[in-house]
Ligand binder design. Structure first.
Ligand code: FPP
Length: 236
């Protein structure tokens, strides 16, 4: 089976999932966090090395204070106590995004989970929190500019070299999944997505279970990835 090495998920639809059930939006986020916990382990079991997820965008701060506070408290709770299975499965947890604007207790929980899992090697879970794709490129460009100012020779610098200037040194995304029915990228991992395959589904994130994930893997397996070249049949 041709398994994607790096899968990214835009976990959309938590709010609608809750509203449909007559519950508060927060109930959807809680259910979404349980779905993520299961998927992170399942992805590694299926041979996926890296799972990147969009947990909170820089623009999500525009939501009500109540919802933002709930999400921040949920992240802390998950990192502190609920990620045991993920930790035990040997998954390294890394958090990508700007630390500015984040509460100090959130930053502390991030540091703890990263420290606790830093030597894990079974796979990686990259949680994008206070994250923006354009912001990541800008932050990388600023770091590169500083290195150049300090004498870095950029003769022959390639697009692959720029990966080292992103928040994490991860490989490109092979498969992007967006749940919840919207057909857009919403400022997620723009640099890493240049040759990704896209899979959009109407399924709301809390309902995106292992079998839904496997469906996406199956569709990916049957895609013809050419990276701008021709496939064998076309070049003959
Ligand atoms: C988008 O759905 C989802 C979010 C903004 C939050 C995603 C967070 C989780 C799944 C919890 C993850 C937990 C950890 C520990 C990382 P939405 O609220 O925009 O849904 P809607 O489009 O139906 O309103």
């Amino acid at each position: 089976m041709n398994v994607p090495k790096h899968v990214a998920i835009i976990m959309d639809g938590n709010g609608r999932w809750a509203t449909k059930k007559g519950l508060a939006r927060s109930a959807g986020h809680l259910e979404g966090s349980k779905t993520l916990e299961k998927l992170a382990i399942h992805a590694v079991d299926m041979g996926v090395n890296i799972l990147s997820v969009y947990a909170f965008s820089t623009d999500n701060f525009k939501r009500s204070k109540e919802e933002v506070d709930y999400l921040m408290d949920l992240f802390i709770k998950m990192f502190k106590t609920k990620f045991d299975k993920i930790t035990k499965r040997g998954i390294k947890v890394v958090i990508s995004g700007r630390k500015t604007n984040l509460r100090s207790d959130v930053i502390e929980a991030i540091q703890n989970i990263e420290e606790k899992t830093k030597n894990n090697q079974a796979g990686a879970l990259n949680i994008c929190l206070n994250y923006g794709g354009q912001e990541e490129i800008v932050d990388g460009a600023i770091r590169l500019a500083k290195d150049i100012k300090n004498g870095l020779d950029v003769e022959g610098f390639t697009r692959d070299d720029f990966y080292h200037y992103l928040y994490q040194d991860l490989p490109p995304i092979d498969l992007l999944i967006r749940t919840g029915g919207e057909l857009r990228i919403s400022n997620f991992m723009l640099y890493q997505m240049s040759y990704s395959e896209f899979y959009f589904t109407n399924t709301l994130f809390p309902d995106f279970d292992k079998s839904e994930f496997n469906k996406a893997l199956f569709i990916y397996e049957n895609r013809d990835r050419r990276f701008g070249a021709l496939n064998d049949k076309e070049s003959n």
